[in-house]
Design a protein around this ligand. Structure first.
Ligand code: TYM
Length: 330
């Protein structure tokens, strides 16, 4: 049995990138009976960027409902909020003492976010990967399904775990990252050389999983491509078209090769419409389920509580194991 662990921040909107690169794969992994799956809302990570409390609270509800709407089943998987399990913070502190400032300084996301939020380069922003390492290591995780942008954080998690294991013996399981073959990096629809990101200020660049069909179609029709006319999969030289092909492949559940065949004889405009239609269809049942769940606060509360209890049971044991090895009186 493999333990699968991943998390998403409840900030802004859930994008098509989050859906394709991460949460949709979580659902697939959940359906493999040999996997033990644990998924979290990384709400402690979110306040590394200043949040407006009312909106943040709304986002937490919304993202929790989104996770269930994707098909994460609280009866099969543990689906919980990071802030409900205090062990995350405690382990993060302990791991801090085994992590070097130089390592954190080199993290790409830290450098990007520091540049973006120059007025708020707080300790949390720098320490973010250590908290993420704590998330993963608490659950004896084998595999961490993420998009491409999180791989560096998984590498540092492995480094920290190995460093500690070298000193104290077999304390932590050393996890592997897992990225999907297609869709690990969904690009902006307006600048296909950069990642589709929640924080993009141009709404046409990003599809929200909750966009209406009209809006989705409009955004795809406006997607930036190139001045050529050939439909080919070549992310280096044809970033826009390749991005659309990748999205279409996932939305239709096909390979890139099959998708290219389907698009034979298409003009760019035809491809854009096909992608729009397929994404609308892919998201339709998910949006319907979300609209139902977001009204069911009592159910969401009960699921989150149960998830936290199950998570805590595992987390407590791992933390105890490490503290014992460190010499703490328990
Ligand atoms: P977050 O909230 O930024 O993103 C959630 C997941 O979505 C993936 N993703 C994408 N995949 C493909 N294309 C894109 N354009 C795209 N944008 C985002 C991300 O790679 C991620 O898998 N630090 C994490 C949350 C976290 C976590 C963890 C993840 C906290 N603790 C422990 C794994 C394990 C984050 O901010 O993800």
């Amino acid at each position: 049995m493999k333990t699968i662990y991943s998390a998403i921040q409840p900030s802004g909107i859930m994008t098509l990138g989050n859906y394709i690169g991460a949460v949709n794969n979580w659902r697939t992994m959940q359906s493999d009976g040999d996997n033990k799956c644990i998924f979290a809302l990384a709400d402690l990570h979110t306040i590394t960027v200043r949040q407006q409390p009312e909106q943040f609270n709304k986002n937490c509800w919304s993202f929790y409902a989104l996770l269930l709407a994707v098909g994460l089943d609280p009866k099969k998987s543990i689906v919980y909020l990071q802030s409900h399990v205090k062990e995350h913070c405690e382990l993060a502190w302990l791991l801090n003492c085994y992590t070097y400032v130089g390592e954190m300084n080199r993290m790409t996301q830290f450098k990007d976010k520091s540049a973006k939020h120059a007025d708020n380069i707080n300790m949390g922003l720098m320490d973010y990967p250590v908290l993420m390492a704590a998330d993963i290591l608490l659950y004896d995780t084998d595999l961490v399904p993420v998009g491409y942008d999180q791989l560096q954080h998984i590498e540092i998690t492995r480094d920290i775990a190995l460093r500690i294991n070298n000193i104290y013996g077999d304390i932590f399981k050393v996890p592997d990252g897992f990225i999907p073959k297609v869709g690990a990096k969904i690009m902006s629809l307006q600048d296909p050389t950069s990642k589709m990101s929640k924080s993009d200020t141009n709404p046409n660049a990003v599809i929200s999983c909750l966009d209406t069909p009209d809006v989705i179609m409009k955004k795809f029709k406006r997607a930036v491509t190139d001045s050529d006319t050939t439909i080919a999969y070549d992310p280096q030289n044809k970033a826009g078209i390749s991005n659309l092909l990748g999205i279409l492949a996932v939305a239709q559940g096909k390979t890139i090769e099959e998708t290219l065949k389907d698009c034979e004889g298409f003009r760019y405009g035809d491809l854009k419409v096909r992608v729009g239609e397929s994404v609308i269809e892919m998201l339709r049942p998910f949006q319907e389920e979300y609209n139902r769940l977001i009204e069911a606060k009592d159910y969401l509360t009960a699921c989150a509580k149960e998830g936290a209890e199950k998570a805590r049971e595992i987390a407590e044991n791992t933390l105890k194991r490490f503290k014992e090895a460190l010499g703490y009186i328990l």
